[in-house]
Design a protein around this ligand. Structure first.
Ligand code: ADP
Ligand code: MG
Length: 646
């Protein structure tokens, strides 16, 4: 988002109440929109970006409102103390709820938030000290520097100041290391885990953040309305907040504010018009909202905001990384300047702690030092077994990868190669057997712990976040290289670390020859290039062992040659690589050692030239195909590829 629309927006907001003749009704309406916007900004982060659907935000609004209502109207405390109490209670409740509900997946989480909302609605309505169904009246106004914010015009400024501050924090949060992790929650939890990211931690952060904004909204609401009652914190309001986000935007903070404005304006208009048309005062707006949400979900999955921005910015270039705020503060030219000359693809300009000859990866896990056995092979897989029900996908496989080697793991489709990768990287547990890294058994280590030891991987089915820029996708791989937390990000105190992290990501992208598409949306790249982005992302972890699952699939001849050059340069620097690849020419030229699998079993092992002459291997590749036509075709290709004349 450009700066000037925001400045115009702020200017309009500031001037509106002092323009003569603006009806008070408008100001009240804008106050309601501002308060709802706070809740929706939280929902954009939690639900829109993080994919965790909460119907229960009205609960937290209620906590913030009732806390200050009770403290000020009943106990005679200051509204500012009420704010502190409200935020503390919201934090506590959100944290406890997060521990319980965020472990649930899919619709169970949504159901849990509905249940919580219902519980609190009945609590508010039945607690004597909260005034039961009548609520708490007589809430005093907020005083600021001795000035009482009694009028709609005066609290208006406080409300919108809070909204702008909240928008700023949300944009900061999303444009950071934590923000990238939150974005990975929706569609990339397994991927994130293999880069050492504990997504649960970021779920809690998003949940608590959204709850605190809702609590703040509740505080403002209580002092604006000067009374609270249970009805405004029920499940229908929880749903309405969610509607605001869906209609506004699932990814833009400004879009969230827009959604709040659309829904509340519509609601008001409908409540005005419906009784005149239909001679009834039933909640007609709910029907309209329902239809609107269905239409938006069908025709504008991202909400109405992208349509608005496109309208105002003319023919906005859709290919630009709109979801990549990083690109704004750090221009491409700037970046190349910091990184050295454009087009410098050499492996020597690595960032801090870069893979280098003799690189031992010891800095990655301070807790695991000492015990590493340097005489042991880097990776030792011993009788590894994986069963899926009755299917033995990996059947007691054993092999080693030594330091500075490229080992190829080959075999027909379904041989169990990807499953072997999943076992090594802790994506799934072994049924039997053992895997040791640098002499230490991985046993039941989690994917995150294994990543921290210095094992990075790519995926056969690429797992990039398509709405994020290429640079940010690769920065996910460098997550462990810095430690800036969410609070520092929210306050934008993380810029130094963030710049270093993005620079590292850019370095890795240049290294694999993608230095010219840093700010492209990852989803806009060809599948072949996406695989190379995955290689860069894996390198960004600064691994000792790199697992590549079919990295050359979908690449053109020249691109394959470039990839081969990058991989052999990495080997020269001391990195070890385990490579799954079907292009036999690629494999035979690059690898030091080959392991051949078929139907889960290791059928051969040796140097490329030994494998090319192995009868069992030829049989596995050439035999056992029923359809004669397909068999002929594959036989020709494969025979050529593995260098035999069939
Ligand atoms: P490759 O990568 O060598 O083509 P895979 O490791 O993907 O083979 O698959 C090996 C076998 O295990 C296949 O028969 C596949 O269908 C099966 N398989 C893989 N993952 C799972 C899973 N999560 N559940 C059940 N079966 C699986
Ligand atoms: Mg596979």
């Amino acid at each position: 988002m450009k700066k000037w629309p925001v400045l115009v927006f702020i200017l309009l907001l500031a001037l509106l109440p002092i323009v003569p003749g603006v009806p008070e009704f408008w100001i009240n309406q804008l106050n309601a929109i501002g308060i709802a916007s706070l809740v929706v900004i939280g929902l954009v982060v939690l639900t829109g970006v993080g994919g965790l659907t909460s119907f229960g935000q009205a609960t937290f609004v209620g906590i913030g409102a009732y806390a200050t209502a009770w403290l000020t109207a009943t106990m005679g405390g200051s509204p500012w103390l009420g704010l502190v109490l409200g935020i503390v209670l919201t934090l506590l409740l959100a944290f406890v709820l997060a521990q319980v509900t965020l472990r649930l997946s899919g619709h169970y989480l949504s159901l849990a938030t509905i249940a919580v909302c219902l519980i609190f609605y009945y609590l508010y309505g039945n607690m004597p000290f909260l005034g039961r169904h009548d609520g708490i009246p007589g809430i005093p106004p907020i005083s600021l520097f001795g000035y009482r914010l009694l009028q709609a015009q005066s609290i208006y400024y406080l409300i919108w100041l809070m909204v702008l501050l909240a928008a700023w924090t949300a944009i900061n949060l999303l444009d950071s290391r934590s923000g990238r992790a939150i974005r990975a929650i929706k569609n990339g939890e397994k991927m994130a885990a293999s880069f050492g990211i504990y997504t649960f931690h970021y779920k809690v952060i998003a949940f608590v953040y959204a709850a605190v904004l809702a609590g703040l909204a509740g505080w403002l609401y209580a002092h604006e309305q000067r009374a609270v009652s249970p009805s405004t914190f029920g499940i229908n309001y929880g749903i309405e907040y969610l509607f605001m986000m869906v209609v506004g935007s699932v990814s833009s903070v400004w879009g969230g504010i827009f959604g709040a404005a659309v829904i509340l304006t519509l609601k008001d208009q409908i409540q005005d018009i419906a009784p005149r048309l239909f001679d009834t005062s039933t909640n007609f707006e709910l029907i309209v909202f329902g239809v609107l949400v269905v239409l938006v979900l069908h025709h504008a999955r991202e909400g109405l905001w992208p349509i608005v921005t496109r309208f105002f910015s003319g023919a906005a270039d859709k290919r630009k990384a709109t979801a990549a705020p990083a690109a704004q503060w750090w221009s491409h030219a700037d970046l190349l300047e910091k990184n050295g000359k454009p087009g410098h693809g050499g492996a020597s300009n690595g960032g801090p702690g870069h893979a280098s000859p003799g690189h031992d990866g010891a800095h990655k896990d301070p807790k695991s030092n000492g015990a590493a056995d340097n005489s042991a092979p880097l990776l030792k897989v011993e009788a590894a077994r994986k069963e899926f029900g009755g299917l033995v996908a990996v059947n007691d496989i054993s092999f080693c990868v030594d330091a500075g080697q490229i080992v190829g793991l080959i075999g027909p489709n379904g041989a169990g190669k990807s499953t072997t990768f999943n076992l090594i990287t802790g994506v799934m547990p072994l049924t039997n057997g053992s895997i040791a890294f640098r002499g230490k058994p991985l046993k039941s280590a989690s994917a995150q712990q294994i990543a921290r030891l210095g094992i990075a991987r790519t995926f056969q089915h690429t797992q990039l976040l398509p709405q994020m820029s290429v640079l940010e996708n690769v920065a996910l791989g460098a997550h462990l290289r810095c430690s800036a937390g969410a609070i520092r990000s929210i306050l934008r105190l993380d810029r130094h670390d963030e710049a270093a992290l993005l620079r590292e990501a850019a370095t890795q992208l240049e290294r694999v020859g993608l230095g010219d598409c840093l700010f492209e949306l990852a989803g806009n790249l060809s599948l072949g290039k996406q695989r190379i982005v995955e290689v860069a992302r894996a390198l960004a972890l600064d691994p000792t062992l790199l697992l590549l699952d079919e990295p050359a699939a979908g690449l053109r001849y020249m691109e394959k040659r470039e990839l081969a050059a990058v991989l052999s340069a990495l080997r020269d620097e001391g990195m070890s690589i385990l490579l799954v690849e079907h292009d036999m020419d690629f494999v035979m030229k690059l690898t030091n050692h080959l392991v051949v699998m078929d139907f889960g079993t290791k059928i051969a092992e040796g140097t490329p030239s030994q494998i090319q002459q192995n009868d069992k291997v030829l049989q596995a590749y050439l035999g056992g195909i029923d359809d004669a036509a397909i068999a002929d075709e594959i036989n020709d290709d494969t025979a050529d590829n593995i260098g035999v004349r069939a």
